[in-house]
Design a protein around this ligand. Structure first.
Ligand code: PXP
Length: 270
C-alpha cells in the first residue's frame, strides 16, 4: 500500500496513476484554485494590490493544477485585464467561470481559456447560490456550449447533483459537469452524510453517461476529504477558504495543505 504523508512524496505521486490493491486504477485528483477573492481584497481599496496574478503564480508553485476565475457581469472582483493576464502570464490552464451571456461569450472568444464553466449569475447574490437550470434553458445553453467548444474551450456546466440536470447536461454534449457542493458544505453535521450521498449518486449517474465530474463550492480542510475520496471526482475547485486561510498561514501553505489532504484522500482508498 502506498501511503505517505510527506508533502514531497505526495507531490511526486500527483502526476502518477494510483493503483488500488484490487487492481482498479484510480486517477489523481486535480486542484483548481479560485483566486477571485484576491481581487475582492484588491478592489476594496481600488488599487493594484494584492494582485490575483501573483496569487495564481504562488498557487502554481504550491501544487495547483489550474486556476479558476469568475468574471462577473458587475466586475466585483476579477476584471477583464485579470483574465488577459491569467491566460498569458501564469502558465496554468485557466478555468473561466462565466454566465451564459453574449458578453461573456465574446470575452471567452477573445481569450480562448482552456476551460469554460457556465454558472448561473444573479446580481444580488453574494456568491453563486445554486446550480444552473440546464433543463429549463437547454436551447439557449446549447448555442453557447457549441460556440465555446468551437473556440477550443472545454465546457463544463455548474449544476446540482440532480439526475434531470445531469441528463440534460449530457444531452448538450458537454464533456464535464461541476457539481455544486454548497448544500453539502453548508450542512449541519447531522445532515452532511445525506448531502454527501446526493453528490455521490449524482457523480455515479454522470460518470455512467460519460461525463467528467468536478466538484466545487464551500470546500475546506474539514469537508474536502470525503469529496476527494470519490475516485470519479476528477477535479475540485476551491477559492474562498484558501484565500481566507492564507491570512493566517500564507497562501502557499494553505494551498499545499489542501493539496496534501486531497492526495491523501485518494491514496488512503488503497
Ligand atoms: N466552482 C464554481 C463553479 C464556483 O462558482 C465557485 C465560487 O465562485 C467555486 C467553485 C469556488 O467556491 P468557493 O469560493 O466557495 O471555494
Amino acid at each position: 500500500m502506498f501511503v505517505s504523508h510527506s508533502s514531497n512524496n505526495l507531490l511526486n505521486i500527483k502526476s502518477k496513476t494510483l493503483k488500488r490493491n484490487w487492481g482498479v486504477f484510480m486517477d489523481p485528483i486535480r486542484l483548481g484554485v479560485n483566486i477571485d477573492h484576491v481581487a475582492t481584497l484588491r478592489n476594496a481599496r481600488g488599487g493594484s494590490f494584492p494582485d490575483p496574478i501573483e496569487a495564481a503564480k504562488i498557487a502554481k508553485e504550491s501544487g495547483a493544477d489550474g486556476i479558476t476565475a469568475h468574471l462577473r457581469e458587475d466586475r466585483r472582483h476579477i476584471n477583464d485585464n485579470d483574465i488577459y493576464r491569467l491566460v498569458n502570464e501564469v502558465g496554468l490552464p485557466l478555468n473561466f467561470e462565466m454566465a451564459a451571456t453574449k458578453e461573456m461569450l465574446d470575452i471567452a472568444s477573445l481569450y480562448k481559456p482552456h476551460a469554460a464553466c457556465i454558472v448561473p449569475e444573479n446580481r444580488q447574490e453574494i456568491t453563486t447560490e445554486g446550480g444552473l437550470d440546464v433543463v429549463g434553458q437547454s436551447d439557449r445553453l446549447r448555442k453557447i456550449c457549441d460556440e465555446l467548444s468551437s473556440i477550443g474551450s472545454r465546457v463544463s456546466l455548474f449544476i446540482e447533483a440532480d439526475e434531470a440536470q445531469i441528463t440534460a447536461a449530457a444531452e448538450l454534449g458537454v464533456p464535464v459537469i461541476e457539481i455544486h457542493a454548497g448544500a453539502y458544505s453548508d450542512s449541519n453535521p447531522e445532515d452532511r452524510p445525506a448531502e454527501l450521498e446526493k453528490i455521490k449518486t449524482g457523480i455515479k449517474i454522470a460518470t455512467n453517461i460519460g461525463l467528467e465530474c468536478h466538484v466545487g463550492h464551500g470546500l475546506n480542510y474539514q469537508n474536502v476529504s470525503k469529496i476527494a475520496e470519490v475516485g470519479e471526482v476528477a477535479e475540485v475547485n476551491i477559492g474562498h477558504f484558501l484565500i481566507a486561510e492564507a491570512i493566517f498561514s500564507g497562501l502557499g501553505n494553505s494551498i499545499k495543505k489542501m493539496r496534501e489532504l486531497i492526495d491523501n484522500a485518494r491514496v488512503q482508498q488503497e
